[in-house]
Write a protein that binds this ligand. Structure first.
Ligand SMILES: [Zn+2]
Length: 479
């Protein structure tokens, strides 16, 4: 009855603290509008005295939900299955990719749905409220198109809406096995060999999702390896015409940079810039092997880099130069990518911790979107937590071009509650200490409740469909 009433009229959340403009504040309430799925108002609790819609939340702090800017949900199936090698062979990104291809070849549409739904529920419980699903599983296992060309994209979107997570389906263009090379047989499910057919398919998805509260589409050439140079500009033009995000894997591995230099005489980010595909709607995924000139180009363009440090450390990709990118003016977001670990707090802290390992310094990431207002509040004292939380929330929202990632009137009501009685936060009573403990130390289990589009989808760490989704997931067989 209680839940039904909240659905009808919205709810006014009154936690101990809320995350507002880069810091925790007390005494504020957040009014959710169930009809619009947006935050109606953020106001002093005293303004709502006696209102029957008030829900007291003692021992809880409210944050904007984290945004997962880069995900391949089906890869959740190979977690734990690639952590070995033969004595005769070195393991690296490329050998991992063979195992990932084998898994991709074995999945039917139901398998894709069950893998995605379970993965999205895991994301919600860890504190992600939006996901940018970089979707390149297009064709049937034999490489032919499905009767409905968007079959698998629609399965992933159904999985997201059933789980209750917001999704930006980044529809991937994938036409080559390498620069100037045909698709390899094991890449046959990914292929979009015709540009016009890809654009028509993307348009079809856009039209089908008009009016959907949770699902929308974006444009994503897989990488400069996987699409011809001539495709880059029309793909970006299409994204601009429809005001969509444009995502692309870039410079994840030195071999990609070398192949790009050999074929075009420029590095991947320079190639994108030369094709007028580097601006604020662009997100470069990984970008772990950049030249100084490329860092300057990204910053000047105000493009975003999606850091996926739990995946990058797993695959031996390299370390992102996050501090230099932010200083140059780049945006930054996080992604769970290969799903080795699904934990936004872990992704944001690794951006800082990896910089510490490289630079032999501490307190490195103090800039970026999240820090602007908090720095003033903190005087001359530089702190990392607001920057890191800003990367995970506001930075992701900017990458996916969604009005989320902030607790403010008009934003989507995508929120997470933190359990302040969690053992990992014991003793963190001052606001700035709490922020630091959360950003740099706490596990995903500090997330107690999650709202997406104004609807509570995780309550006291429980998601209604988690058990059934786990059973269906565990029945999916991967080779
Ligand atoms: Zn990826």
């Amino acid at each position: 009855l209680h839940a039904a009433a909240e659905r009808a009229t919205g709810v006014i959340l009154c936690p101990d603290r809320i995350w507002l403009n880069g810091r925790f504040v007390r005494g504020f309430a957040v009014e959710l509008n169930a009809g619009t799925g947006r935050i109606e108002r953020v106001a002093k609790m005293a303004d709502y005295e006696g209102d029957s819609r008030v829900r007291q939340m003692p021992g809880r702090a409210l944050l904007p939900g984290f945004v997962n800017a880069h995900s391949h949900s089906f890869q959740r199936l190979i977690r734990g299955r690639t952590q070995w090698r033969t004595a005769a062979r070195t393991a690296d990104f490329w050998s991992w990719r063979e195992a990932m291809y084998a898994a991709a070849l074995s999945l039917g549409p139901d398998d894709v749905y069950h893998a995605a739904r379970f993965c999205f529920i895991e994301m919600l419980r860890a504190g992600y409220t939006s996901v940018g699903e970089f979707h390149y599983l297009h064709n049937a296992p034999d490489g032919t198109a499905y009767d409905e060309p968007g079959e698998l994209a629609l399965r992933v979107i159904a999985a997201a809406t059933d789980a209750g997570i917001r999704i930006r389906l980044l529809n991937v263009a994938y036409a080559a096995g390498g620069i100037g090379q045909p698709l390899a047989p094991e890449q046959r499910r990914f292929g979009t060999p015709d540009l016009d057919a890809y654009l028509a398919g993307t348009q079809h998805l856009i039209d089908g999702l008009r009016g959907s509260p949770l699902a929308s589409v974006g444009v994503a050439p897989h990488s400069v390896r996987a699409v011809p140079r001539e495709w880059i500009r029309p793909l970006h033009d299409f994204a601009a015409q429809h005001d969509l995000p444009f995502h692309v894997h870039a410079s994840e591995q030195p071999a990609e940079v070398e192949a790009c230099l050999a074929a075009y005489g420029v590095r991947p980010v320079q190639l994108l810039a030369s094709e007028r595909a580097l601006d604020k709607r662009v997100t470069l995924v990984h970008a772990t092997h950049l030249s100084k000139a490329e860092i300057a180009l990204i910053g000047k363009a105000r493009a975003t880099v999606a850091a996926c440090p739990t995946t990058e450390r797993d695959l031996g990709d390299g370390i992102l130069e996050a501090g230099s990118l932010l200083a140059a003016g780049a945006g930054m977001a996080i992604g769970s990518d290969s799903q080795t670990i699904i934990a936004p707090l872990e992704e944001i802290r690794l951006i800082e911790y990896h910089e510490r390992l490289r630079s032999l310094r501490r307190i490195v990431i103090t800039g970026g979107d999240g820090a602007l207002r908090s720095r003033r509040a903190a005087g001359e004292r530089r702190v990392v937590a607001p920057s890191l939380i800003g990367i995970g929330t506001r930075g992701g929202a900017r990458s996916l071009r969604l009005p989320t990632g902030d607790i403010q009137a008009g934003a989507f009501a995508d929120l997470i509650a933190i359990d302040l009685d969690h053992e990992s936060l014991a003793g963190a009573t001052e606001d700035d200490v709490l922020a630091a403990a959360l950003a740099l130390s706490a596990p995903p289990s500090v997330v107690s409740d999650v709202w997406v589009h104004g609807r509570c989808v995780v309550q006291e760490r429980a998601h209604a469909d988690a058990g059934e989704a786990a059973r269906a997931f565990s029945k999916v067989v991967v080779s």
